[in-house]
Design a protein around this ligand. Structure first.
Ligand SMILES: [Mg+2]
Length: 142
């Protein structure tokens, strides 16, 4: 699957620190044979990916659409179709399907939200759905 992660408040706190379990969860996603992408509504986040040493896991980095999701992949020249998106902004999760995370604003070493994300990815890959309340199926535009 193509797994797309948002940056701000999904894997980074307001102070730019990395959410707990990011490395472990990214590694496991790769080990399971999935491709991992980073996208952000405020631009290309190569610097942050490099700063937190996430390059080994990340296949590519894109600008994230903030609306018009049906046409956005073409408009923004994103050559990969997201199968599972992880974001603190529920609208994009609703559009593509994935997991709406609890926003990570302040550093919290006890945060384990990304473990739930990993489980939902594994469940979705195996069964096509997840029972976690954070999981949201893709909704086709009407
Ligand atoms: Mg965000």
């Amino acid at each position: 699957m193509n797994v797309f992660f948002d940056v701000d408040y999904t894997i980074l706190a307001m102070d730019g620190s990395l959410r707990p379990r990011t490395h472990e969860v990214f590694q496991e996603i790769k080990d399971r044979g999935h491709d991992l992408y980073i996208w952000s509504g405020v631009g290309l986040r190569h610097a942050e990916v490099r700063q937190h040493k996430l390059e080994p896991y990340v296949s590519d980095i894109f600008v994230k659409p903030l609306g018009k999701f049906e046409t956005a992949l073409t408009t923004l020249r994103i050559p990969v179709t997201p199968d599972f998106v992880i974001d603190d902004y529920p609208e994009i999760v609703y559009a593509f399907g994935g997991f709406a995370v609890k926003a990570y604003y302040l550093p919290n070493l006890l945060d384990r939200e990304l473990d739930k994300v990993l489980q939902a990815i594994l469940d979705f890959a195996a069964e096509g759905h997840s029972s976690d309340p954070g999981y949201c199926a893709k909704h086709n535009p009407s």
